[in-house]
Design a protein around this ligand. Structure first.
Ligand SMILES: Nc1ncnc2c1ncn2[C@@H]1O[C@H](COP(=O)(O)OP(=O)(O)OP(=O)(O)O)[C@@H](O)[C@H]1O
Ligand SMILES: [Mg+2]
Length: 317
C-alpha cells in the first residue's frame, strides 16, 4: 500500500433525486409541477461530494464506486461529471432508480423511493473482483443501504477483502447489513443514536447508556465508533480513547445529509492521519457547516477549517 493511495467510496444503491415543486397536493386531480430539479443522490454520492470539497480533489484522490444502469444511470454519470466527482461505474442491466420528492408551498414533502435495481450474480462478481484487484487504496468507505435483495453479509465480505489487505475501512449503514458488517471489523463505524440502539437491541435513554453501547460496539469491531448525536455533536470510542465533541451553535437550515458530511469529515481526517481531537474537530466542523447551509449548497473549505478551530472536544478517559 502506498502512502498516497486512493479513497474508494462505495455507493451501491444510488439514485437520481428528483424534486417537484407543487403549490399543494391535490388528490384525484391533475397536479401541476411548477418546477423540477434533478441531481445525483444517495449517501455514498454525498460522502464523495463532501470528501472532494475537503480534499480539494481533482480526481486523483478519491473514487466513487457505483453500479449504474439504464437512462437514469447515464443521467447520473452526467451529474457526477458536472460535480467533478471521479467515479468508476459498474454497468447494470436494470435501471438506476429515481427518487421523487414532492415539495409543496407550505414546505411539506412527500417522498417516493423505488426499490432500485437488483444486481445479477455476474454484476456482483465484477464488483467483488474490482474490490479484490484494485491497487493503491488507502481507505474504503461503505455508506448507505445495500441494493434490493443483496445478501445481508455483502458489506462484511467487502470489508474483509480490504482489511485482509491492511486497508482501512469505514462503514455507515443500518439494520442487518450493519449487524453483519461489524464482523468485517471496520476501522470506523458511524451509527446515530437510533442505529446504535438497534445494534445493541435495547433503548439508550441517557449518555451513559450510549457510551456503554458504543464501547460494546468498539469491542465487537475492534475499531473506532463515532456516534453522531444530532444537535448534541458526537461521541467517539476507540483504541485512542473516549471523546465527547460538541457542535458549535449555528442556525440550522437543512438537516438532510448531515450524517454524510460528518462521515466525509472523519474520513478525510483518517486519510490525513490527524490525531483524534483534530479529527473530531474537523468532522463536526464539516457537519455543522452542512446543516448551516441551505439544501443543495456547499460551504467553502476555508469556512469549514475556520469553524474547526472553535469545535470543543473533551477527553473522557
Ligand atoms: N439540529 C442540528 N443542529 C446542529 N448540528 C446538527 C443538527 N443535526 C445534525 N447536526 C450535525 O450533523 C451531525 C450528524 O447528524 P446526525 O446525528 O443527525 O446524523 P445521521 O442521523 O446519521 O444523519 P443522516 O440522516 O444524514 O444519516 C451531528 O453530529 C451534528 O454535527
Ligand atoms: Mg446516518
Amino acid at each position: 500500500m502506498s502512502a498516497t493511495g486512493k479513497t474508494l467510496i462505495f455507493s451501491l444503491n444510488p439514485a437520481v433525486d428528483v424534486e417537484w415543486i407543487v403549490p399543494k397536493v391535490l388528490w384525484e386531480e391533475k397536479n401541476n409541477i411548477l418546477s423540477e430539479r434533478r441531481w445525483a443522490g444517495g449517501k455514498g454520492v454525498n460522502v464523495a461530494r463532501w470528501f472532494r470539497l475537503l480534499s480539494g480533489d481533482t480526481g486523483e484522490e478519491s473514487q466513487l464506486v457505483i453500479p449504474l444502469g439504464g437512462l437514469t444511470g447515464r443521467e447520473m454519470e452526467e451529474y457526477l461529471a458536472q460535480d467533478g466527482i471521479a467515479f468508476r461505474a459498474f454497468p447494470l442491466k436494470d435501471s438506476t432508480r429515481a427518487n421523487i420528492i414532492v415539495t409543496t408551498d407550505d414546505k411539506r414533502q412527500l417522498r417516493f423511493n423505488p426499490l432500485g435495481p437488483e444486481l445479477t450474480s455476474e454484476e456482483w462478481d465484477s464488483l467483488f473482483r474490482f474490490a479484490r484487484e484494485t491497487q493503491d487504496v488507502k481507505l474504503a468507505i461503505f455508506s448507505g443501504a445495500l441494493p434490493r435483495k443483496a445478501p445481508k453479509d455483502t458489506y462484511r465480505k467487502l470489508l474483509e477483502i480490504f482489511s485482509s489487505r491492511s486497508i482501512k475501512t469505514i462503514l455507515d449503514c443500518d439494520g442487518e447489513a450493519f449487524a453483519q458488517g461489524v464482523d468485517g471489523h471496520p476501522f470506523l463505524v458511524k451509527p446515530n443514536e437510533f442505529e446504535l440502539a438497534q445494534w445493541a437491541g435495547h433503548e439508550l435513554p441517557d449518555m451513559a447508556s450510549v457510551r456503554s453501547a458504543a464501547k460494546d460496539l468498539s469491542s465487537a469491531t475492534q475499531g473506532n465508533v463515532l456516534v453522531s448525536l444530532g444537535a448534541d455533536g458526537a461521541l467517539m470510542v476507540g483504541n485512542q480513547g473516549e471523546y465527547r465533541v460538541y457542535s458549535p451553535q449555528v442556525k440550522v437550515l437543512n438537516k438532510i445529509g448531515a450524517g454524510d458530511s460528518l462521515l466525509a469529515g472523519i474520513s478525510y481526517a483518517v486519510t490525513r492521519q490527524m490525531p483524534p481531537v483534530e479529527a473530531l474537530q474537523l468532522a463536526i466542523a464539516t457537519s455543522t457547516s452542512a446543516v448551516a447551509c441551505a439544501a443543495g449548497l456547499l460551504p467553502s473549505r476555508e469556512d469549514i477549517f475556520r469553524l474547526k478551530e472553535s469545535v470543543r472536544v473533551e477527553r473522557l478517559n
